[in-house]
Ligand binder design. Structure first.
Ligand SMILES: Cc1ncc(COP(=O)(O)O)c(C=O)c1O
Length: 383
């Protein structure tokens, strides 16, 4: 499949394998007995493919909302989240839609949602996001204040949202968070006589990107599942990375070489503007990749694999021993389904954006063609 895509579409290109994505979701569902909420920020190209196997989509910006809306995602599957909720956008949602849930990330957001719900006589369901001590969410005191002073039937507080960070591989840390959450819920229920019905919990599930990693995912998820059961609530799990990573491939070809006092460098037509491996350190770790080479080379060489940006940081892998490379050889980097496409610094150097292919039922669908970013970096002056 990959060879055909290389020949037909060229590089740089992302490929998202939908069968692999759905298999991954099935695996997560087999290990975790709670509905999944897909955090669309991880990859917006696979939202529609997940519509029938997750319970909701977590939407954190007006742009993500526009994408979901254009994909005809149903209102009841949307959770409107995000640290900044623009008044006109939220106003339009409350007035014209029947979106079921909004998270509350600040007291201002709460007041805005309250004002809009009352003005529009619409019932709005809320999840109050408990902060973990950063710019997101509100404090325990603020949550209690909101619950104690709730004076309208238009707002229904379903429960809490909690997400403290991504790539959390320490189960003890998750255990502590769940115990704290449990204690806080008990405090609310006892002191305020208010029932927390639901907890939307972001576990920040880890993805192991590098070849030396050693992770017992089965055991990790079993333990997490047991911990979540102790909440004794309707729990849903907000997940991005762990759902999306494994389905993604990034194809980039060798376009040039050089050798100097510091070694051999292979220059690729794509780099860190399109490829984000969380936890990569100075390109010292080796991600999972396949190499499609054009010749029968027997000799081997140690290479630094570099992208095409004007920064010395644009190294994908350092000091890797490979068969001697030729121009046109293609690297297929794996596990790039989450965040590479949405988080890469894709405007740097005005390189075109990669094509995006969805591979589904043995067919390739070109869902985004190459896109010239020079247009976006151009100062068009209005007359
Ligand atoms: C509120 C919230 N929920 C869920 C996620 C998804 O996290 P992950 O990709 O680690 O699953 C994020 C990621 O930033 C987030 O901010």
């Amino acid at each position: 499949m990959i060879e055909n895509i290389i020949n037909k579409y060229g590089t740089p290109t992302y490929v998202f394998d939908i069968a692999k994505l759905l298999k991954r979701v099935e695996y997560l569902k087999s290990k975790l007995s709670f509905p999944l909420v897909y955090a669309v920020k991880a990859n917006t190209f696979i939202i529609k493919e997940l519509e029938n196997c997750v319970s909701r989509f977590e939407i954190c910006s007006s742009g993500e909302y526009e994408i979901c809306d254009s994909l005809n995602i149903k209102d009841e599957m949307m959770v409107i989240s995000g640290v900044y909720k623009e008044e006109d956008v939220i106003s339009n949602m409350i007035k014209n839609r029947n979106i079921l849930r909004y998270t509350v990330e600040s007291l201002n957001q709460f007041n805005l949602l309250k004002k809009l719900a009352i003005e529009n006589k619409k019932t709005v369901h809320l999840l109050l996001r408990l902060t973990s001590g950063n710019q997101f969410g509100i404090t325990k005191e603020e949550i209690k204040e909101i619950i104690s002073n709730l004076d309208t039937n238009y707002l229904i507080i379903d429960g809490l949202e909690y997400f403290s960070g991504t790539q959390k591989h320490n189960i003890e840390r998750l255990e502590k968070e769940i115990i704290d959450l449990n204690n806080f819920i008990a405090e609310i229920e006892q002191d305020l006589h208010f029932k927390i019905e639901e907890v939307e919990f972001g576990p920040g599930l880890p993805v192991y990107y590098f070849q030396d990693s050693n992770f017992d995912e089965d055991a990790f998820l079993d333990k997490l599942n047991e911990l979540l059961k102790t909440l004794n609530k309707k729990v849903s799990l907000e997940i991005g990375r762990s759902i999306a990573s494994s389905c993604g491939y990034y194809l980039t070809k060798v376009v040039d070489f050089k050798t100097n006092q510091n070694g051999n460098f292979a220059i690729l037509d794509g780099g860190i503007n399109h490829l984000v491996y969380y936890g990569q350190m100075m390109a010292m770790k080796i991600p999972y990749y396949d190499l499609y080479i054009n010749s029968e080379e027997k000799d081997e060489l140690v290479y630094n694999l570099c992208g095409s940006l004007c920064t010395i940081n644009d190294i994908l892998v350092k000091n890797v021993l490979l068969k001697k490379l030729n121009i046109g050889d293609v690297f297929v980097f794996k596990n790039v389904g989450a965040y590479s496409i949405t988080e890469g610094m894709s405007l740097f150097l005005s390189h075109p954006l990669p094509k995006v292919i969805l591979y589904k039922n043995n067919h390739c669908y070109l869902v985004r063609d190459t896109f010239k970013t020079s247009n976006l970096n151009f100062p068009k002056i209005e007359e």
